[in-house]
Design a protein around this ligand. Structure first.
Ligand code: HEC
Ligand code: HEC
Ligand code: HEC
Length: 280
């Protein structure tokens, strides 16, 4: 055996040991390019999802009809499932290996024995092919095709009256928030009160962004609604008083930070993080 071959084999062992992802790690890889043609804007309808519903209906249809002893329809759904499964396997070349046509055919054959136990047993192998692809791709497909991007949104800053990117706007909100808390911590209540006015006006301006993605006004009850109003009123009250009460001040800061910033981030930022990785 040549030295090179030994090295290669050794390297293969080492890499096999290192490279495979730990079963419990999750990688959010950008979906393959060829999937895009089954989603808006390239396709009018979400054709990939329609295909999923077809397979799911026929898969479930087999068992519904087995239970009803409607064997004619069992056979129809079994054949249709194989047909749609094959069709799906040809839609995205990069995903071809997720499909196991033999498992689909074996399931159909088992279903056609009309013995529910046999069908159940054969369904496991087929079902696993669905489950593996879902586990590895559903999150990234949602981030790519279902989540609108914040990176295309601009906001007009009520202070400078300039239109800036959402991301930069967050930076300026964050800075004005600190203007309030830092000054308060230093006992400079006048400055804190001034900073609060700027911060409040910037924060409430966020309301203008919701309609870029949401069709209803109702969502504005959250983050920029009553809780925020109450917190801002409480902060103003403390800063306007002779001797501000630190406990009340920090309680309202905490409320705003949690039901405002944090809750909005927990809902909206996760997908923004994912999209940002792919844009880089
Ligand atoms: C090669 C990958 C892949 C395989 C194999 C696959 N799916 Fe899917 N499936 C997806 C993706 C990606 C989504 C998410 C689609 C979306 O939300 O836009 C999905 C979503 C679904 C949904 C939810 C649809 C919805 O309205 O949100 C169902 C139901 C479904 N799949 C059924 C199946 C069944 C049944 C099988 C096996 C017979 C299967 N899938 C095999 C990739 C796959
Ligand atoms: C870039 C797009 C985008 C912007 C801007 C945006 N959201 Fe959302 N938001 C979403 C998406 C997508 C969801 C997931 C569910 C959906 O589609 O409604 C969501 C979910 C929510 C939810 C969870 C409940 C629900 O209706 O789904 C709330 C509450 C919410 N947003 C409030 C707001 C508020 C308030 C604003 C403005 C301050 C805002 N959003 C701005 C995209 C956006
Ligand atoms: C409309 C919901 C919403 C509210 C309310 C909100 N944020 Fe954000 N914030 C976001 C989203 C979405 C991003 C990610 C933006 C992106 O990826 O472009 C973000 C990003 C940020 C960033 C990172 C900016 C960067 O340069 O990447 C900071 C800092 C930030 N927010 C601070 C705050 C603070 C402080 C508050 C409360 C005073 C707040 N945000 C309120 C939605 C919100």
């Amino acid at each position: 055996m040549s030295f090179l071959r030994i090295i290669l084999i050794a390297a293969a062992f080492i890499f096999i040991g290192i490279l495979p992802v730990h079963a419990k790690d999750m990688i959010v890889k950008e979906p393959p390019k060829s999937l895009s043609k089954y989603y808006p804007p390239e396709s009018k309808q979400s054709k990939w999802i329609q295909q999923m519903h077809k397979m799911s209906t026929h898969f479930g249809g087999v068992f519904v009809n087995l239970k009803e002893k409607d064997f004619e329809n069992v056979d129809i759904h079994a054949d249709k499932l194989v047909e749609e499964y094959k069709k799906t396997s040809e839609m995205v070349p990069e995903w071809e290996d997720y499909f196991d046509i033999k498992a689909a055919e074996a399931f159909a054959a088992a279903a056609k024995t009309h013995d529910i136990a046999q069908a159940g047993k054969a369904s496991g192998k087929l079902g696993k092919t669905c489950g593996k692809c879902h586990a590895e791709n559903e999150v990234s497909v949602w981030a790519k095709f279902h989540w609108p991007s914040f990176h295309k949104i601009k906001v007009t800053d009520p202070i400078s009256e300039k239109e800036i990117e959402f991301d930069d706007y967050m930076g300026s909100i964050s800075a004005s928030f600190k203007g309030v808390t830092v000054n308060f911590g230093e006992g400079q209540y006048d400055r804190a009160a001034k900073a609060l006015k700027i911060f409040k006006s910037r924060y409430m301006e966020l309301k203008s962004t919701c309609s870029k993605c949401h069709a209803t006004q109702d969502v504005k009850r959250f983050y920029v609604g009553q809780d925020a109003d109450t917190a801002f009123a409480g902060l103003s009250q403390e800063l306007d008083s002779e001797k501000p009460n630190p406990e009340k001040f920090w309680k309202n800061i905490g409320l705003l930070g949690k039901t405002g910033c944090k809750h909005c981030h927990l809902v909206h930022r996760t997908n923004s993080f994912i999209q940002e990785m792919w844009e880089k």
